[in-house]
Design a protein around this ligand. Structure first.
Ligand code: HEM
Length: 216
């Protein structure tokens, strides 16, 4: 069995923590949409919650695949699972890609409905990265259909890293809120640009440094 070094251990810990943050965000939003938790009384964040309550179907069509993305994404990168059953990897991969397509398209629709709390700046960041995300997923599918495993892996890392950024953006938003005098309308867009860009840079180094032995 391949041993993992300390850097991989750190990377896996970060990925798991971020996936848990993502799942927690989905659970929180579902509880809010189903009125299990009371509406937030806050001038800005209250309006933010209200926007999602106004479009519950659209919101659910973004966050339920988002939850699948957070659960299946890390599993797709476990070499032992691929080795044990390549068919499970293939089927889970299909569900992952389908979820990703719905996430990306629903993000674009949410922007069109003006749901971004950070206004035009956040809408620009999420539109740009939704398109890069959908493009990366498309490239990953094209490469695997051509049996180009290494390229498939590289593009999947890019797609997964971009989607996972939504979890990094949450503590960043908390930090902006606590440590700056900017309003959420001002800092949300900045946090989205920073978070998505940082993840894409991390993906670039991750996708080219490790040459995983593919199991097909
Ligand atoms: C490229 C990937 C993604 C893009 C571009 C994107 C974009 C967006 C946009 C534009 C919104 C509405 C506006 C706003 O929140 O300010 C939103 C909301 C949301 N997204 Fe995503 N998203 C992506 C992936 C994901 C993933 C993978 C998850 C899984 C956890 C997720 C979870 C959520 C949740 C829970 C909300 C509701 C807002 C909240 O509760 O904070 N998103 N997303």
């Amino acid at each position: 069995m391949r041993s993992i070094n300390w850097l991989e251990r750190i990377l896996w810990s970060v990925v798991i923590i971020l996936a848990i943050i993502g799942i927690a965000a989905v659970v929180h939003r579902v509880l809010d949409l189903s009125h299990v938790i009371p509406p937030l009384i806050h001038p800005t964040f209250g309006a933010f919650d209200a926007a999602f309550r106004q479009y519950p179907v659209l919101t659910l069509s973004h966050i339920i695949p988002g939850c699948l993305f957070m659960v299946l994404g890390p599993l797709q990168f476990v070499p032992q699972l691929r080795a044990r059953s390549i068919n499970v990897h293939r089927w889970s991969g299909r569900v992952f890609v389908a979820s990703g397509v719905v996430i990306g398209l629903s993000a674009l629709v949410m922007n069109a409905f003006g749901m971004a709390i950070g206004g035009l700046n956040e809408a620009a960041a999420t539109t740009f990265f939704a398109l890069v995300f959908l493009g990366a997923l498309g490239k990953a599918v094209v490469h695997i259909r051509r049996r180009e495993i290494k390229l498939h892996r590289e593009w999947m890392i890019r797609a997964f890293a971009i989607g996972l950024a939504v979890a990094t953006i949450r503590p960043m938003v908390g930090l902006f809120f606590a440590a700056t005098s900017l309003s959420p309308h001002e800092f949300f867009g900045i946090a989205f640009w920073l978070g998505f860009t940082a993840h894409l840079i991390a993906a670039e180094s991750g996708s080219i440094t490790r040459d995983d032995k593919p199991v097909t």
